[in-house]
Design a protein around this ligand. Structure first.
Ligand code: BES
Ligand code: MN
Ligand code: MN
Length: 462
């Protein structure tokens, strides 16, 4: 058996236990109540890097959450890989839908995960995937096989828009100089079919507010005579898609690069079962833009979705009331060459223009991000492909992803380097949902694949 496999096998229990300790800290970036846990997690990541043998490790202060920076330069002439990951996690709610406590990790054997999966918030997104990189580094240090220089940059604000990381990257271009960026914060098709994510969607996120009368009104005394903000808001939102599920905002699709027939044919080769997809979600039918397949809808097409909507009375029983205000949070996933600035502006103008005079409308932009597409004809991709193919025994395939990691486009802009998205999660990991989990097989295979990546990247670069 080769050194990599042996090392992973011999240290398996310890790797898992260390990850479990990290998962116990509730590093929720969206909620300031967890600020201490954020700092605690950053320190835990710092110690983990030090223990693994990283020469320089710093906790970098930012206007927001600290960034853990590590650097292990063995030879200036060797290529340098910059590893990015995030130690912050999504809030756990709705907590009552978790079968075990979100920050008390448990290992569960399932049909899909005969080797077990670790159930905890952040297990797959992204603590578990980030930790694979620290363990792969440790492995290479211990077996004296590290063939590249490594830099680590692990942030604590990915789930809330990475604004401190943007601040940090813009101020530290030299420090962060690298030949390629490596990220494990995405997924793959299945355990039998590894894939490399070649694209991420961008994001435009807005909050909308519809204001009617100056106070909540008796729905009998006033009902029918004044505009009901909730009625109006839902009607406006409904009008944002047409009968074909196309988005109706004028010019919304103007900058969308349409995939060619060849590209779509290539995409359709990826293994996918619509029946399994539907049964995994307990739905009778899929739903989306006419003329596109499910895999196209969730990766190469832009979207508009309401993420939350509120207003009026939602307590127990009935209260006859016309609310004075109604709100919604709306996300739009973007594809090349749409930009968050352009789309936010188009949305705002359109949404204001369709509001009846009987209400006032306000659109507040939140964070955004640019879409990203990686080439597959460069050394980094070829090395990653070779690593996956060897580790899984099946050739990996390129696949555009539907999620967003907005900082990736900024890396290209500021650091002038390409990113390889080496994800090991599965769609069924339930990231951002109750019962998030990460397969132990995926975790260990990830460590193995990452180690192989360094080997082939260094070989191909020399
Ligand atoms: N790791 C995800 C992104 C992801 C997951 C991409 C799976 C592709 C496949 C990341 O942590 C995330 O959740 N990003 C957010 C965007 C952010 C600005 C809040 C997203 O995609 O909603
Ligand atoms: Mn993530
Ligand atoms: Mn996430």
């Amino acid at each position: 058996m080769n050194t990599i496999k042996t090392y992973v096998k011999n240290n398996k229990e310890r790797f898992i236990n260390e990850l479990i300790e990290l998962l116990k800290i509730p590093s929720i970036s969206a909620d300031s109540d967890y600020k201490n846990d954020i700092v605690k997690t950053a320190n835990a990541v710092k110690s983990a890097l030090e223990t693994a043998g990283c020469k320089i490790v710093e906790l970098c202060d930012t206007p927001g959450n600290p960034i853990v920076y590590g650097e292990h330069i063995i030879n200036e002439d060797l290529p340098t890989v910059l590893v990015y990951g995030h130690y912050d996690v999504q809030p756990a709610d709705p907590i009552e839908l978790w079968e075990s406590a979100p920050f008390e990790p448990v290992i569960q054997i399932t049909k899909l995960h005969p080797e077990g999966a670790i159930y905890a918030r952040g297990s797959s997104d992204d603590k578990g995937q980030m930790y694979m990189h620290i363990k792969a580094f440790e492995l290479m240090m211990q077996t004296d096989t590290l063939p590249c220089n490594i830099k680590f940059m692990i942030e604590g604000e990915e789930e809330i828009g990475s604004s401190s990381l943007e601040w940090f990257v813009k101020r530290n271009q030299d420090k962060l100089s690298n030949d390629v960026i490596l990220i494990s914060d995405t997924g793959m098709i299945s355990m039998d079919q590894p894939s490399i994510t070649t694209g991420l969607r961008g994001l435009s996120y807005v909050q909308v507010e519809v204001r009617g009368p100056n106070r909540d009104l008796h729905s009998g005394l006033y009902g029918g005579a004044v505009a009901n903000p909730i009625n109006i808001l839902t009607k406006m939102i409904a009008s944002l898609h047409d009968e074909n599920n196309c988005i109706t905002i004028p010019k919304f699709y103007d900058n969308v690069i349409e995939a060619t027939i060849e590209e779509r044919k290539e995409m359709a080769k990826a293994p996918f079962s619509l029946e399994e997809y539907k049964s995994a979600l307990d739905i009778d039918e899929v739903y989306g833009e006419k003329g596109y397949t499910t895999n196209e809808r969730n990766s190469i097409r832009p979207t508009l979705d309401v993420n939350g909507i509120w207003g009026g009375y939602i307590g127990e029983g009935a209260k006859t009331v016309i609310a004075s205000q109604a709100f919604a949070k709306i996300s739009m996933r973007l594809v090349p060459d749409q930009t968050p600035e352009e789309i936010t502006e188009l949305f705002k103008n359109h949404f204001e223009s369709i509001a009846p005079k009987a209400v006032k409308v306000k659109v507040t932009p939140h964070h955004g991000g640019y879409p990203y597409v990686t080439p597959i004809d460069f050394v980094g991709y070829r090395a990653a492909n070779k690593a996956y193919t060897e580790a899984f025994g099946v050739e990996s395939i390129p696949q555009r992803g539907g999620g967003s990691i907005p900082i990736v486009a900024l890396f290209e802009q500021e650091l002038k380097s390409k990113t390889i998205l080496m994800g090991f999660g599965l769609d069924s990991d339930a990231i951002h949902s109750p019962n998030e989990h990460f397969g132990i097989y995926n975790f260990l295979k990830g460590i193995e694949t990452i180690t192989l990546f360094y080997r082939y990247y260094a070989e191909m670069k020399s």
